[in-house]
Design a protein around this ligand. Sequence first.
Ligand code: F6R
Length: 366
Amino acid sequence: EKGGYDHFMLKEIHEQPSAISDTYRGRMLADKGIIRMAGVDDNMERIANAKRIVIVACGTSWHAGLVAEYIFEDIARIPVEVEYASEFRYRNPIITENDVVIAISQSGETADTMAAIKLAKEKGAFAFGVCNVVGSSISRETHAGAYTHAGPEIGVASTKAFTTQITVLTLMALKLGKFKGTISHSDFQFHLQEMERIPDKVKKALKTDTLIQEIAYKYRYAPNCLYLGRGYNFPVALEGALKLKEISYIHAEGYPAAEMKHGPIALIDEQMPVVVIATKKGHYEKVVSNIQEIKSRKGKIIAVVTEGDQEVRELADYVIEVPETIESLTPLLTTIPLQLLSYHIAVMLGKNVDQPRNLAKSVTVE
Ligand code: F6R
């Protein structure tokens, strides 16, 4: 059932190339320049004319929401807010008929996300679901939606759900951007072509596994770990830290890289591993100067970089290369080594990777 892998989590990490292509297959016709998504097509005016999109979710799905915020605003030029479902539902939020509320949930059963979507509907918003489990409560409660088609995710730590959520939300943003004319035809085409290359690039990113095991072995006893990223890769830093916390029980924090100097830099000494996402484009030079600041305080630097990078290689203790792609799609690649890192550290520490203590696969109570 684990398909030859030691754990469901590892199997699911390795399924991502096919999970991502299953998510866009049948929806994206790159040669025709078309994206078909029934849940969006049938409600195009309502969604494209939204004054605002509010995304509600928890945990890893909330991180996918943060990536989507950047993509929607960039490509479809619709203002987006991303909220923890648990906070949204209890603070009398301002929601009107002009809003679209998107619930992101792998299980489709998360109690807080479900309650948030019910509240949004009561206030007249259009409710859209991005769920993995077909027929789940949230998918039934929403007016329309798009499934991620990732296949069953058994490991408690969410992996392929995250990357397929980003895939679906990217298609949705591209579709809206095309309809609204906020993305040029050539840019739209380029995004589709690059999306089709993502599964192969994820396969390449998975090949970092041997190097990651070496890094995991080196830092497995670290009591703390920092994760830094900017722009599209800021949510990836949060997600990397969450993965490490969940399954290895090592305390980890994710930050937007520039926030480091507003506090977290005080934590850096020779004991502190810092995982930095420093892919080309995406404020690269600024991240390089953050890396210099960490180095001058003797922090240990594990950098995720674009293939062929030289500048960071000279500064970092370890560099993990991922293939180049357009900036908005980099989270689909940079997430992979961070998933593997948390997996290998947890295994080396003898933790129960698929069923970490105190956690449940779907949180149906608040
Ligand atoms: C992280 C994780 C949790 C879930 C969260 C939301 O690895 O598994 O943080 O992401 O409980 O669950 P769903 O997406 O099912 O609503």
